[in-house]
Design a protein around this ligand. Structure first.
Ligand SMILES: Cc1ncc(COP(=O)(O)O)c(C=O)c1O
Length: 333
């Protein structure tokens, strides 16, 4: 079955019904060193990572550029560099370089023949089918899947979020800077409670009581005209989009982002707040715990950032073109 992300539902939003979470299965997967029909990419139920959450994963986006009839994968080398760092944290020896993983990803997207936006999910896992919780003396494998993908949150221009009652995992518990499968139990608690309480998302505090991030997004505020984001030592994922936003803010908006701890009540007083991440892209937060942020609507900085961000990721900004890796051969002019 072929798909079209224009008809793909947003994966989560306020009041989402069960159907909204159903995603069409891929046709293929990269599995055990090659591209196979998705149905053949199977693991046994004793697989170490399935039992103990010891996997590492990534999340990349492919953006369809209709003018050029081209699919661009945004910053795949950076995503795979972080993927390999997450693996390193887990003592997971993966036999592939970032360049190999980019190549497998391009091959997979070509096999899927996407002509629409997509999401790519690499997963590194311990394939051993054994009992025994540990990180050492295990055999690692990589699989990659890709699906058509639209929005991750329904309302990218005005989401209403809450401060979660859960706390972010700490670096000395499960390092948040890596994308470690087991740590996403923490994100799942945060997200489900937020949605069930009628919010779009949640902001989560770290053990110190400062803002860390969202369940799967990095977080920024504008306070007294200064754009701030929590530092990478505050138990956040070292987000690729966060890095992109810091870069675009400086280069396109002339704003130097300050990385510093953020108090919860600073958020209540902020002029603007927004999430960023591969999934959520750049999503404005216009209410927190029923309090309007600024005047309660999309602010000027988030608005302008969204414009330059979408130009960059879709390959429309020549300056950032080298961050967008084409899937298909370029059409000769
Ligand atoms: C916990 C968490 N924070 C932040 C992000 C954003 O990271 P990136 O911009 O690399 O997608 C993600 C993305 O999945 C995430 O899971």
């Amino acid at each position: 079955m072929r798909y079209d992300s224009r008809s793909a539902p947003a994966l989560s939003h306020r009041g989402a019904s069960e159907e909204d979470f159903i995603v069409t299965l891929p046709n293929f997967a990269f599995f055990k060193g090659g591209i196979v029909p998705y149905g053949e990419a199977k693991v046994g139920v004793l697989t170490h990572t399935l039992n103990y959450g010891t996997g590492v994963f990534g999340g990349l986006r492919g953006y369809w550029n209709d003018e050029e009839k081209q699919l661009f994968i945004f910053r795949p080398y950076d995503h795979y560099q972080r993927f390999l760092e997450s693996a390193k944290l887990m003592l997971m020896k993966l036999p592939h370089s970032a360049a190999d993983l980019v190549k497998f990803t391009l091959d997979l997207c070509r096999a899927e023949n996407f002509r629409a936006d997509c999401y790519i999910r690499p997963l590194g896992y311990f394939a051993d089918e054994i009992i025994g919780v540990r990180l050492h003396d295990l055999n690692a494998e990589v699989t990659i899947m890709a699906i058509p993908f639209g929005r991750y949150v329904e309302n990218e221009e005005g989401s209403h979020v809450t401060v979660s009652s859960w706390r972010r995992v700490d670096d000395n518990m499960i390092p948040a800077r890596g994308k470690i499968a087991g740590a996403y139990v923490n994100s799942a608690f945060i997200k489900t409670d937020a949605l069930r309480s009628g919010f779009d998302e949640a902001i989560v505090l770290n053990q110190d009581g400062h803002i860390a991030e969202g369940s799967a997004e990095n977080f920024f505020i504008v306070r007294k005209g200064v754009v701030c984001t929590p530092p990478i030592t505050d138990n956040i994922l070292e987000g690729i989009t966060r890095r992109t936003v810091i870069m675009l803010m400086k280069a396109e908006l002339g704003i130097e982002v300050v990385e510093r701890p953020i108090d919860r009540t600073e958020v209540y007083l902020a002029e603007e707040a927004f999430f960023c991440g591969t999934g959520v892209q750049v999503a404005a937060i216009t209410q927190v715990d029923h309090r309007p942020i600024g005047n309660g609507s999309l602010g000027p900085i988030a608005k302008e950032l969204r414009r330059v961000y979408f130009d960059a990721v879709r390959g429309r900004a020549p300056k950032y073109r080298d961050l967008c890796i084409p899937v298909y051969p370029a059409k000769s002019s």
